[in-house]
Design a protein around this ligand. Structure first.
Ligand SMILES: Cc1ncccc1N[C@@H](C)c1cnc2ccsc2c1
Length: 116
């Protein structure tokens, strides 16, 4: 008969928290090392050391193109950005420090966006 028998399922595939997080990550003061793919002409060893490069522009394009099946897939790409950063950069370097800051920002804000 229509609407009255339709149940609304909590859709964990609702990617709204991802879009909100992407906006906040791109604006973050420490986002600069991660905004675009690492340029292999500037860092010739990067592609050899880092098997799965990831960056915020690529994540934004995957969101736009509906490439994420779940929030967790999105979260794991952000963690990949940070893990790659830790692999390639010293903790004390500007880029290394930015990676730790972005990871801490993400994990705290992600809980707020996905739980409450
Ligand atoms: C995240 C990351 N990991 C490893 C290497 C580079 C980068 N970021 C690029 C943007 C980057 C980071 N720093 C500099 C400094 C001069 S050009 C440039 C480009």
């Amino acid at each position: 008969t229509g609407g009255e028998d339709v149940i609304t399922l909590g859709n964990s595939a609702d990617l709204a928290p991802c879009v909100c997080m992407m906006d906040e990550l791109e604006k973050h003061q420490e986002a600069w090392p991660f905004l675009f793919p690492v340029d292999c002409r500037r860092f010739p060893t990067y592609k050899k050391i880092i098997k799965k490069p990831m960056d915020f522009q690529t994540m934004r394009h995957k969101l736009r193109d509906n490439k994420y099946q779940s929030r967790e897939e999105f979260a794991n790409d952000l963690r990949l950005v940070c893990n790659n950063c830790e692999t390639f950069n010293e903790d004390e370097s500007a880029v290394g420090h930015a990676g730790h800051t972005i990871r801490e920002f993400f994990e705290k804000r992600w809980r707020e966006l996905c739980i409450n």
